[in-house]
Design a protein around this ligand. Structure first.
Ligand code: NAP
Length: 307
């Protein structure tokens, strides 16, 4: 193996957790590489406004990610658009072999920061109209629906933030939630109330219909038992996230029953020198928490490396 491809620490994923792990790993003296299958920032790139990350009263997700990337690159090497396919633990050599779409690298330790992906709604029409009215990202696609009726499905922070963004863009927004209360932060709920977003409670979408693009959804009202059809141009589904755990599974890293990686307080998994940080560990999924876990993981990797 070319010496240039031999690292002390490889971080998989360049979301807030991965980038922070990069900063802390490299600053502690570990030769650190951060590998990202897309562009740096992870899901934070999709956040319009972040207003609970200390130090910034309000900052766009992409702007924060860009600042983090700039800072990370001062210390660690970042490779973007390079997905990691496989990691082999070489017990004898006490090394990990990291295989990507483009290359392979050796490392003494690995931090998995693979994050989560958006959960699908799982109804008829969802796949058919993906990109033709069905979206999982208001910030990315919202503008195309200016002045048009759209629905947002879900009751968490993402759904409420999505609804607020769409309302702001000029869409006629209806939020559909399966229960009679939202799980989103009170602060966001109040903002949505002030913005005048219409809410349909105790309702689920059973089907998305249309011709070339979305034209309506079939809504089932759980209380009355009545089904009706709502004319809409856009369907924004925010029904939660799922862990991206294929690498962890392949490395026999222990997961909880929902598929999130189990770690100790130092972010170490059940495998020696394999750490995990950020959304992939479940729990409170906020940027500030991801950053903290990334810092802990890299610090643990450093401390474990000096014994
Ligand atoms: P979430 O908090 O898990 O909420 C998912 C929502 O979708 C829930 O309201 C859930 O209903 C509903 N849901 C799930 N499956 C459904 C289905 N099949 N049909 C209809 N509704 C369904 O997910 P999230 O909003 O994407 O947030 C993910 C994590 O990121 C959370 O920890 C969140 O706090 C964090 N986050 C934070 C911010 C922020 O501004 N601070 C922004 C975005 C995300 P129930 O409520 O009935 O379970």
């Amino acid at each position: 193996m070319n010496k240039g491809k031999d690292y002390d620490l490889i971080v998989v994923g360049a979301g807030p957790a991965g980038m922070t792990a990069g900063i802390f790993g490299a600053r502690s003296g570990l030769k650190t590489l951060v590998i990202e299958k897309g562009i740096s920032g992870g899901l934070s790139n999709e956040a319009t406004d972040i207003d609970n990350y200390p130090g910034f009263r309000k900052i766009g997700g992409m702007e924060l990610a860009e600042k983090m990337k700039e800072q990370t690159s001062e210390y660690a090497e970042i490779k973007e658009l390079e997905g990691v396919n496989k990691i082999e633990i070489k017990e004898k050599e006490q090394k990990m072999m990291v295989f990507t779409e483009k290359d392979s690298y050796l490392s003494n330790a690995v931090v998995l920061c693979t994050g989560t992906k958006k959960r699908k709604l799982g109804v008829k029409g969802e796949d058919k109209f993906l990109g033709r009215g069905v979206s999982y990202c208001a910030t990315c696609d919202g503008f195309f629906f200016k002045d048009k009726p759209v629905i947002v499905i879900g009751g968490g922070n993402s759904a409420v933030r999505g609804a607020l963004y769409l309302k702001n863009v000029g869409c006629a927004v209806t939020l559909i939630h399966r229960r009679d209360e939202l799980r989103a932060e009170q602060y966001l709920q109040k903002k949505m109330e002030t913005a005048g977003v219409h809410i349909l409670w105790n309702s689920v979408v059973k089907e998305i219909k249309g011709d070339k693009a979305v034209g309506s959804v079939v809504r089932y009202d759980k209380e009355s038992g009545i089904e009706d059809e709502l004319p809409v141009d856009g369907v924004f589904a925010y029904v939660g996230e799922e862990p991206v755990n294929a690498l962890a599974t392949q490395m026999d890293v222990k997961l909880d029953k929902e598929g999130y990686i189990i770690t100790d307080k130092g972010q170490l998994t059940n495998q020696e020198r394999v750490y995990a940080a950020g959304d992939i560990t479940g729990g409170v999924r906020q940027i500030v928490v991801a950053c903290a876990e990334g810092a802990i993981a890299a610090t643990s990797a450093y401390e474990d490396s000096i014994g």
